[in-house]
Structures are given as C-alpha cells and as structure tokens.
Design a binder for this molecule. Structure first.
Ligand SMILES: NC(=O)c1ccc[n+]([C@@H]2O[C@H](COP(=O)([O-])OP(=O)(O)OC[C@H]3O[C@@H](n4cnc5c(N)ncnc54)[C@H](O)[C@@H]3O)[C@@H](O)[C@H]2O)c1
Length: 312
C-alpha cells in the first residue's frame, strides 16, 4: 500500500509519522512546496524506524508528483493554518487555490486514489477537492468529525475520571462552531452519558468542544497537529485495511438528512472503497435545527468559494 501526504507541515508530518510507526502503509510519500522540507521530514521519520521498529519507507519530495504515482490514498494537508483571532473561513481564498492545484496533480498521477482532505475550512475544501477531482463522492472526503469527537471524548474522560477508550460518541455537521453534538448517542462503557454527568457539566463540555480548535490556536499561536494528524491516519487505516469503521466523515450529501449538494460531517462506514455507506440517524427536532444551521453556514462558505472561482 502506498500513501501520499501533501503538506509536510505540522499536521502532514504527524500523519506521516503515525502511518509509518503503525505500519499502515508500505510506503509514505510526503510532498511539500517548500524546497527540501518534505525530504527532511521524511528522512527524520525514516531514521526513527530502527528505534520504534517499523519498516514503512518514508520518502520526501519537493512538488514532484511523479513520485506519488499509484498512491492508494492521498491525504491533503497543504495550506495555511489559523492564527489567533482568525476563523477557519478566513483561510478560504488562499487554501482553495492550494487545494485545487494539489488535487489536480494528485489525480493526474493517482487516478484511483481515495482522497482525504484536512485543510481548512474543511467542509468547503472537501467541496473544492471533490469538484476538481471529478471522482465519485465516496472517494473524496474530509477529516474533522473524528477530531471533534475525540476532543469531546477527551474532555468527558477527564470530567468523569475514566479511560477515554470507554467513551463512544458521534458529532455531526460542519467543522466549526456549528457542529452538532448528539449526547443521546454518547455512552461510557455502554452506559448513556446522561446517567453519569449533570446536564450543566455536559453542556459546558459540548461548548468547549465546539471551540476546541480555537482554544489550541490561542495557546500555541497556530492550530493543533497531534490529534488532527492521528485522526487522518486513522481514516487511512480504515481504508487500507478495509476495517469498515464507523466514523463521522465530511462528504457531499445527496438527499441524506434531507440535504442536497452540501458537504457535511455525518456518520459513515469507511472501508476499502472509501465511504461504503452513509448512516442516517433519526434526528429529533432540536438536532434537525442544529444540522440546518450547520448546513446554512457551510453553504454560505461554498457560495463564497464559487464567487472566488468565477472571478478568477
Ligand atoms: N480538518 C481538521 O480538523 C484540521 C485540524 C488541524 C489543522 N487543519 C488544517 O490543516 C492545514 C495544515 O495545517 P498545519 O498546521 O499542518 O500547517 P503548516 O503550516 O504547519 O503546514 C502546511 C504545509 O503546507 C505546505 N504547502 C503550502 N502550499 C502547498 C502546495 N501548493 N503544495 C504542497 N504543500 C504546500 C506548506 O509549505 C507547509 O509546510 C491548515 O489548513 C489547517 O487549518 C485542519
């Protein structure tokens, strides 16, 4: 199995590192536009192999897509991250240009690849990559839901003083403050979370999760990478090992949840063909309203991208 990670910055290099030390692929190609940067990161990860005992080969290239040819999965992390005070949507014009040109190169050399987008604003960059690639929607998807859900699970584990391993949860909707929490689908070792925590505390955790990315941007001056890189690698693993994992993933909706033509995070089954199935939950009225807010917000940013592309 061959996996390419475009963007050898914080998220891309972390993803490549997880792919290597967990031996998720035989070969990982890192690509960056900055001369020598991907080569250096790939060499550093390869020099860790004798210490961490893995044999995945990591190779770095500067913008040379011929080296990525025949990739099974491609993760796109290229683009600017947020700085304090910025919203993800502020990145749209710069990152759309990057994601669209990268996608063209990726598809030219790996027409059968499954593409996982990580660059922000996530839902709209997934739209940009999908439109550019002309691939079926099951093969172009965005990573955000696993990260958002992991943040929620981590906060809950801390509040309940239990292992994060035992917390199962799903969040839906756009990657941002309009994400849709589903506490009635959250369990702790099979026990509904609502039986273990007061409503007020749970609501505070949900609010913290919605702005969880911003909390880290404020602390570090740039956005997070350990959890995002690991989350993207987990999606790659589900695909290359045909695990049929159930994850929240950003995909173009075509009628599911009564939504058509908008890219949103929904629970899916992820396997060797990419999105094997979109799972449709029966949402209550409040959840439907939250999803509608999320849809409206993502659609506005999609329209903004259409305008940018039309005037280019
Ligand atoms: N989806 C999520 O949940 C999530 C989480 C964290 C970060 N992000 C996003 O991921 C992206 C990357 O974040 P980061 O922290 O790794 O940033 P970073 O600045 O550390 O790395 C980005 C890399 O992309 C490279 N790059 C820029 N243009 C390129 C091009 N045309 N081709 C190849 N490489 C190019 C840069 O040289 C840089 O090395 C940002 O847009 C960030 O907002 C998304």
């Amino acid at each position: 199995m061959k996996v390419t990670v475009v963007g050898a910055g914080n998220v891309g290099a972390t993803c490549a590192d997880v792919l290597a030390y967990r031996e998720i692929a035989n070969e990982v190609v890192l690509v960056d536009i900055k001369e020598g940067f991907a080569e250096g990161k790939a060499l550093d990860i390869w020099q860790k192999a004798p210490i961490n005992l893995y044999d995945t080969r990591t190779v770095g290239v500067t913008n040379d897509y011929s080296r990525t040819a025949g990739s099974d999965v491609v993760v796109i992390t290229s683009g600017l991250p947020r700085k304090p005070g910025m919203s993800r949507d502020d990145l749209i014009s710069t990152n759309a240009g990057i994601v669209q040109s990268v996608t063209e190169n990726v598809v030219k050399h790996s027409p059968d690849a499954i593409i996982i987008v990580v660059s922000n604003p996530l839902d709209v960059m997934t739209y940009a990559a999908h439109m550019t690639s002309k691939l079926p929607r099951t093969r172009v998807m965005g990573m955000a839901g696993i990260l958002d859900t992991a943040r929620y699970r981590a906060f809950l584990a801390e509040a309940l003083n239990v292992s994060p391993k035992d917390i199962q949860a799903v969040l839906m909707g756009g990657h941002g403050d309009t994400m849709v929490p589903l506490p009635r689908y959250t369990t702790v070792g099979g026990i509904p979370v609502t039986e273990l925590i007061e409503e007020e505390k749970l609501n505070a955790i949900i609010e913290r999760t919605k702005t969880g990315g911003g909390e880290l941007v404020k602390l570090m001056g740039t956005s997070a990478w350990y959890a995002p890189g690991a989350a993207a690698a987990q999606m790659v693993e589900a695909i290359v090992r045909d695990q049929r994992r159930v994850f929240p993933v950003c995909v173009k909706l075509e009628g599911e949840y009564g939504i058509d033509g908008v890219y949103l995070g929904v629970p899916v089954i992820l396997g060797k063909n990419g999105i094997e199935k979109i799972i449709e939950l029966q949402l209550n009225e409040e959840e439907k309203q939250l999803l509608e807010n999320s849809r409206g917000h993502v659609k506005e940013v999609m329209d903004a991208l259409d305008k940018i592309n039309a005037s280019a």
